[in-house]
Design a protein. Structure first.
Length: 158
């Protein structure tokens, strides 16, 4: 085979590899989109785990999928995801439930991260509970954090 034939063969192989890599990236982006956005269609909300307070149950960098759960179905020992303040979402385990003296539908609960020595400082009001984690996917939170930044958005567009 002459030099031109070898070059053509190399270019053809390179194009096949490039095509394969492009398809794999497209499939990975589609799977991330379904895992991070599409699950909302079935009533799940994804949240990235940003700390190790719930390890080993939910590792840092995982995404937990939370299903809205009526407060009356929550028990001591259940993990819950709740609004700690206007901007902070937390997933910790219920260690105590304190019913409201005036309204049986309202309660407060004390929570604690599985990996924390102490219980959380305040009580979580039942209206601040988003729901109960159903499952998690390890490491997906890192991808979610990346694609949420401008550089990641440009990568998706490309």
């Amino acid at each position: 085979m002459n030099a031109k034939g070898k070059i053509k063969k190399s270019v053809g192989a390179l194009k096949k590899v490039q095509s394969l890599v492009s398809w794999l990236l497209l499939i990975a982006a589609a799977l991330c989109a379904v895992a991070l956005v599409g699950v909302r269609l079935v009533g799940l909300q994804p949240f990235a785990v940003l700390s190790g307070s719930m390890e080993p149950t939910y590792k840092t960098g995982a995404v937990v999928y939370v299903k809205k759960t009526a407060p009356q179905y929550l028990r001591v020992g259940d993990p819950i995801t709740f609004m700690a303040d206007e901007k902070t979402v937390v997933t910790h385990r219920i260690i105590e439930i304190i019913p409201d003296a005036e309204d049986a539908h309202i309660f407060r609960c004390r929570t604690k991260g599985d990996n924390n020595e102490e219980a959380d400082g305040g009580f979580v009001h039942s209206k601040n509970i988003i729901g109960k984690p159903v499952f998690s996917i390890p490491y997906l939170g890192y991808a979610a954090a990346y694609f949420g930044k401008p550089g990641g958005k440009y990568t998706l567009l490309a």
